[in-house]
Write a protein that binds this ligand. Sequence first.
Ligand code: GCV
Length: 676
Amino acid sequence: MGFEQAWLNYTERTSCEGADELQYICVDIEEDFRPAKTGLTEFGADELIENGVRELQNALEGMTGCRPVSREQPDEGAGKGIHLLFQKGIPAEGYRLSEKDGSVKIAASDSRGILYGIFALLRQIRIGKTLRGMEFSKTPDMPLRMLNHWDNMDGSIERGYSGESFFFADDEILINDRTVTYARLAASVGINAVVINNVNVKDAATWLITERYLGKVRELNEILSGYGIRLFLSLNYAAPVELGELESADPLDERVRGWWKKRMELVFREVPGFGGFLIKADSEGRPGPFTYGRTHADGANMLAEAAAPYGGLIIWRCFVYNCQQDWRDYKTDRARSGYDNFIGLDGMFLDNVVLQIKNGPMDFQVREPVHPLFGGLTGTNQMLEVQIAQEYTGQQRHLCYLIPMFKEILRFRTHVKSKEDTVRDIVSGKAFGQTNCGIAAVANTGNDDNWTGHDMAAANFYGFGRLAFDTDLTAEEIAGEWIGMTYGQDEQVMETLQYLLMQSWPAYESYTSPLGIGWMVSPNNHYGPSVDGYEYSRWGTYHRADCQGIGVDRSHDGTGYALLYREPNAVVYDDKEKCPDELLLFFHHIPYLWKLRSGKTVIQHIYDSHFEGVEMVDEMVERFRKLRGKLPQKAYERMMERFVHQKEHAREWCDQINAYFYRKSGISDERKRKIY
Ligand code: GCV
């Protein structure tokens, strides 16, 4: 059996049959990538290559039963094998993969590129693509491809749906096998930065930047950096006060500025290659510069100045709003707050500050318009924040594949320029030539055996990383890759799981919250229907339904939010005749009998979409059932249990929402289905 055949058969082979032929699959490492000679200044560069080669060896051994060897000298005789080579001109983190006459080349100009090239090669093999004549290159689209873990030091995870933290327990940092596996997992999908602790920094977490924890932070950093991942921490803005060292955290106070300079010096010295900090300030009870009458630019720049000498980044969140709103107040609009708080500061931030902006103006609802700061800001580094932790999208008990949603967000045209104006263009740095930018996801992992609670929620983890790396990939392609990588090439498995993934977001939207209205979830835990759960609360999250209609007037007559977009988006959103159906109730208060662009009335749409959503889930469960015996038994059972719950829960959503609006409006379902 020749080299190429051996590769093609990898996925089917369980034994070491054909080992003789495979012995010449060696890994040659070009001189430039040898530790002593790399001259690479990047920390852990040498280790990256070592780890990459180990991945290659382990994976090939796993797939073929034979372990390739790594050699000092290229094999002169056969010229076959895998050759890692240094090639100038390939952009940072990029790689070039090629095959000729049985010799596979992975070329890059840095060790991260080699690592990503190795994972790309393994992906090709695992999903059964031919290597013969292969020739392609890829440079990641997003400079920062980041995960934000909302892990607390007591081991709990805010909005975590897959067990406890694997970073922390009992106020200590955990370092064990799972830490290494995590680093491999994240790197294999292209992640290059992680924040390990919750943005709500309290108690012990405030002390992460002190000697109490820095030793362990360093250890953790060494593991992550060996896989090309920069470690970041969430920071308590009021640390100088809460650590008992100063009485103020005023960003313009010289003592405070001096304190941060010293603190940064300590952290960056103790943790070489440390990435920087993520900050949630003046939001949901967290401290911030507003306490001192200062702006967020004052706060962020103070930290950025202190971190700059070490190449540190300050990632500052724009999720700033008044969470003490009076529900009777129809003028204050939470959706406006991010924009209103930051737009006036555009251009004032130092270059190592990045504003991290949630995809929508509210909070990770199943449907929201794109945040108007994208396209609003022109002189500030920006990062997109999405959430793969399924806080409002079924909490990893429901299947909800979010990559189609992220695709829509990335391709949204902001009209900030006549071309290269999409969210993708902005956060990839293309639009304004920025390099400190990218995309972050609130992570969906925990210490559950399968990492993500629902086995198929792993598609969101995988998909997020892959999309951040290559924004041209379609949601279907990513789904297909994930299925192939996880369960192999069986046609029925591939077809069924692909169907389930692609149906899941539309289904979830249909049986939960109609036409962009959002919320209607149980307060606090955000799971399950509660139409009025947030209606009379302080959180700024209202649907304003009465007996005539539903929706929030954010037009020029209402809160004016629609006008925050650039034209022609503003005029489209502002006009109920032009506004897309799926966002209509987000922007307008609409009578139940208003005809949508689809031709249905609002109330009929509510009924139909809820019944249809349930039918979609019924169909999903039926199709999944047929995979019995085709998937690993335990995984099948775990998933089936969740699908059965999803089916019941979708029905609950449907019945409660339909009953609520039927009772509110008094209008019957045209199709006379059962409404309670
Ligand atoms: C980490 C929402 C969530 C909070 C989260 C917050 C944020 O409000 O419910 O749990 O806090 O967003 O993004 O900061």
